[in-house]
Every structure is written in C-alpha cells, then in structure tokens.
Design a protein around this ligand. Structure first.
Ligand code: PMP
Ligand code: GLU
Length: 398
C-alpha cells in the first residue's frame, strides 16, 4: 500500500520520544536522570485541580463550543489586557488542545502551497514539521551562540521572497532561552509591515524570564503589528499543565481566528471541557504558585550554567528565559567515549544515556548537531546528580 508522501516526510517529535523513554526507564526501575522533558516537574497547583473536580461535579463534561468556552476566552482576554497591554474581543481568541494545536491551526489557516515561513535555527523541533504538514516551506535562518542565537533584520532581508507568508518568533526561546529586546521586536514588526507578512509569535514561555529582561509581545508594538500578529500561548509551562492540553491564540485579524476555529471544529472539536474550566481558575486565581516556580527555575538555571561552565570541553551561555540550557559539545565531536565515536549530538546523547543514564535532547532535533539541550524543569537534586554524571562521562571521553 502506498502511504502519504507528505506524512512520510514528517519526522517524529524527538523531545516527546525522549520524555516518554525516560518515563518508561523509570517505570522499569532504572535510575535515569531526565534532562529531556520540556515540562515542569511541579504538579499542577491545587486551586486548579480543585476547579477541575468542581467542573466534573457540576456536569461540565460535555462538548463545548469548538473554539472554547466563553469564560476561558474572557479570562484569556483579561490576561492579555493585564500582562501584555493588548485588547482582544472574544471573537479574536481561540482555545485549542495546547499551543501545539494553535500553531497547527494557524498554519492551516494562512498557508497555501509554496508559501514560506521564516524561522531561526536552532528551532523548536515541531516548527518545520508543522509548516510542512500544512503544505508550507520552512525557511531557516542560522543563528549563532555569539549573537545570543538571535536573527537580525539583515538576516531577514537575505531570506525574504515574494513567497514569504510569515515570520515565526519564539521569545523566550526553546531551545536557546534567548529573549528578544523591545528594540529588536520593533524592528521585526517594521520588517513584517514593509513586506506585508504575518507574524506568528509563540509566547508560551513569557512568564519564565529570570534577569532584567521584560517580555514584550510583538502584537503590542503598534496597531499594524496587532493586526498582522497571531499570538500563541498556553497553560502548559506557566501553570505546570502539560498533560491538560490547553493552549490559546489571539489575533487582531478576526478572519484568521475564524478560519482556525473552522479547522478545529472538523479536527478535534473543543479542547477537554474540564481542563478548560480548570484553566479559567489558573488564569483568574491566585498566582503565587507561578512566582514560586519561577524562583525555583532561576536557582536551577544558575546552578546548571555554573556547573556546565566549570567542566572542561563543554560550555554554555546563560539563557535569559524558558527552562533550557544549550550545552556546546563541539570540542567533543570526533572523540571517543568507551570506544564509540561521537560524530554528532545524537551519538553523544545515546552514549550518555547508555553509559551513565542521563537523558538530554540532541541538538540535531533543533537543527544543530554541536549542542545538546538540557531542561532544568527538574529538581535541584536531579540537576546536581545528573550534572555529576555528565561530568564523569565527559572525563572518560578521549
Ligand atoms: N511552543 C514551544 C516553543 C514549546 O516549547 C512547546 C512545548 N510544549 C509548545 C509550543 C507546545 O506546548 P503545548 O502544546 O503543551 O501547549
Ligand atoms: N515543548 C517541550 C519540549 O521541547 C515538550 C515536548 C514537545 O511538545 O515537543 O521538550
């Protein structure tokens, strides 16, 4: 039987595969340290869990409007007003099964075959694949650790064509932790205006910023940016709700949201009704657990960065946001670990897992083979043990 050529061209999600593998190994009693998962180790805050139980008891267990319940859209609109200085009508908001589905819906809504979407490398593993699923072409700008993994207007000028449909911005960034400044964001907004293209702004890590940087939503830069931007966000990271599957998108372009809702109505229909009611509490309720998680992430980041930079042959820059560190392993490429040659980040990650039971995500998942990504969304104890194991693994490499 001949299967879809398009589907055969889509790679699996390596981040999810590694996360699942670590969970399986732990279940089988293997003492593995997981730096793979891009998900907070904290349980979902109790007030949110209580809201979910109440939703079930109150019979909110039925289909909802395909694009989400009005109560949650209002809570999302309030969040945008308070946090981002953005005023959306509820008709300009959609609730989906995670930010991932929002991204899928938006590409389905705006792309025609041959349309190009510009994104930075290292890119989050899902971006190019989703663009391909939606018949578009990913156009990749290589960014550099020396420039904090940021792309510039010069870079954009080099790749823009008459087929460019959108720029994909992810700040704070997965996997690099980079945060774009207001000035940089303003320039990108102006570039998008000049070339009349959409901006898709994935802001799922907006609360996870640790230094003096402030998150600025590109949609808030100007009225023009408001109308051409689709902001993507969700509950997974800020509220430790990865498994609940609730994300949301908003745009000043009401038509885009309408098309996204139509697509969602025929694919998954509404996101889980109980999780939607719980998300209303997450957004409207007490935020102290979010503050607590952020302070923990900050301590973990500082420890991880210092420890990595104290190990010979590897290094990292200090990420400003999200919960990932990109460890530069370029000095180890071509060397041997226990007789196995390390040709790329996949080899490094595989041998490290086999030999010393530490899971990291190979940079190849993000289009760069000289790095591995470590998530610090795990306990300080795990971070200390895992980094000790990495240190002794690296000492064995020659
Ligand atoms: N965007 C980025 C940059 C991510 O890292 C993730 C990972 N979870 C998502 C979107 C999707 O998140 P979710 O579907 O869990 O809301
Ligand atoms: N986004 C997270 C990560 O990069 C979760 C896994 C996924 O959705 O790909 O690890």
């Amino acid at each position: 039987m001949i299967l879809s050529n398009k589907a055969k061209n889509i790679s699996p999600s390596l981040t999810l595969a590694i996360t699942a593998k670590v969970k399986e190994m732990k279940k089988n009693g293997i003492d593995v340290i997981g730096f793979g998962a891009g998900e907070p180790d904290f349980n979902t805050p109790e007030n949110i869990q209580i809201a979910a139980k109440e939703a079930m008891e109150n019979g909110f267990t039925k289909y909802t409007a395909a694009s989400g319940i009005i109560e949650l859209k209002r809570a999302v609109a309030n969040k945008f007003r308070n946090d981002n200085n953005l005023t959306y009508d509820v008709s300009q908001i959609i609730i989906s099964n995670g930010a991932k589905q929002c991204l899928h819906d938006v590409f389905q809504a705006i792309l025609n075959p041959k349309d190009e979407v510009i994104m930075a490398r290292p890119y989050w593993v899902t971006y190019p694949e989703l663009v391909k699923i939606c018949d578009g072409t990913p156009v990749i700008i290589n960014t550099d650790e020396k420039n904090s993994f940021k792309f510039t207007i010069e870079d954009l000028n080099k790749v823009v064509t008459s087929n460019t449909k959108a720029i994909l911005l992810n700040s704070p960034n997965n996997p690099t932790g980079t945060v774009y400044s207001k000035e940089e964001i303003k320039n990108i907004a102006e570039f998008a205006k000049e070339h009349d293209i959409f901006i898709i702004s994935d802001e799922i890590y907006e609360k996870l910023i640790y230094g003096d940087f402030k998150h600025i939503s590109i949609a808030s830069i100007s009225e023009d940016a408001f109308n051409r931007t689709i902001v993507i966000n969700g509950m997974s990271k800020t509220y430790a709700m990865t498994g609940w599957r609730v994300g949301y998108a908003a745009s000043g372009n009401t038509e885009v949201i309408k098309l996204m809702s139509n697509i969602q109505g025929h694919t998954t229909a509404n996101p889980n009704s109980i999780a939607q009611y719980a998300s209303v509490e997450a957004l409207n309720g007490d935020q102290s657990s979010v503050e607590f998680m952020i302070s923990q992430f900050k301590d973990r980041r500082n420890y991880m960065v210092d420890k990595i930079n104290s190990i010979d042959s590897v290094s990292c820059t200090k990420p400003e946001g999200a919960f990932y560190v990109m460890m530069n392993i370029s000095k180890l490429i071509g060397k041997k670990a226990n007789g196995h040659t390390i040709n790329n980040s996949i080899d490094f990650s595989q041998i490290l897992l086999d030999e010393d039971k530490v899971a990291v995500v190979p940079g190849d998942a993000f289009g760069v083979s000289q790095y591995v990504r470590l998530s610090y969304a795990t306990s300080m104890e795990n971070i200390k043990t895992g980094l000790e194991r990495i240190h002794s693994f690296i000492n064995k490499i020659n």
